[in-house]
Ligand binder design. Structure first.
Ligand code: MAN
Ligand code: CA
Length: 208
């Protein structure tokens, strides 16, 4: 072999070596990618199974809670022995808030709880809420913000044809700015500006 030939051989060898190295590093990258892919799939599957196990456990606990109540418990608490903040009166459930807020926020909160601001359409109901609220101020589902002086119950109950319990001299639309009704002293009603913050009464049918 002459020197020139040897040189060529060496060159080919170097080239091949380079090519093989490249291939190897590509292979490593792909292998790493595949491994990390597998790893993430596994992690995902594991967390998914954990979440589903947890949720079925939660479901079970929930069922157990329901089952732990006896029929008598449901007789004593028709609004649910597990949700005693809802109080039963005459085929309805009532929630008396522990926080003060504006009429509109109160309305929204009742709706979030699948209920509405209370509609007081009888003296019996007035008496119930009066007993429960004592002298504190609580919003009810009565407003004239659509048309001044035309009071409307939130559930469409005919205002003109039903019970009212306004304090003497109310509603007076004081400052031409009072469109929302609340229970006031002795449970009598007053109209006040709707951004005033007071407690509120929500009402819903007995859950089935
Ligand atoms: C007074 C009366 C009420 C009115 C309030 C507003 O107490 O005029 O009718 O709603 O002020 O703060
Ligand atoms: Ca008033």
């Amino acid at each position: 072999m002459d020197e020139e030939h040897l040189h060529d051989e060496l060159h080919v060898f170097k080239d091949r070596n380079f090519f093989q190295q490249k291939l190897r590093s590509f292979f490593t990258v792909y292998l790493l990618l595949a491994l990390s892919f597998l790893l993430s799939i596994t992690l995902f599957a594991v967390s998914l199974s954990r979440v589903s196990a947890l949720s079925s456990k939660l479901h079970e606990v929930h069922l157990q809670r329901k089952q732990n109540y006896s029929g008598t418990d449901f007789l004593l608490f028709p609004c649910g022995p597990g949700s005693r903040e809802w109080e039963y009166f005459d085929r309805k459930c009532y929630y008396f808030s522990l926080r003060r807020t504006s009429w509109h926020k109160a309305k929204a909160h009742c709706e979030e709880m699948h209920s509405q601001l209370a509609v007081i359409d009888s003296y019996a109901k007035q008496n119930f809420v009066m007993f429960r609220t004592r002298n504190e101020r609580f919003w009810i589902g009565l407003t004239d913000e659509n048309s001044e002086g035309e009071w409307e119950w939130i559930d469409g109950t005919d205002y003109k044809a039903t019970f009212t319990f306004w304090k003497e001299g109310e509603p007076n639309n004081s400052g031409s700015n009072e469109d929302c009704a609340h229970l006031w002293n002795l449970g009598q009603w007053n109209d006040v500006y709707c951004t005033y913050e007071c407690f509120y009464i929500c009402e819903k049918p007995v859950p089935t």
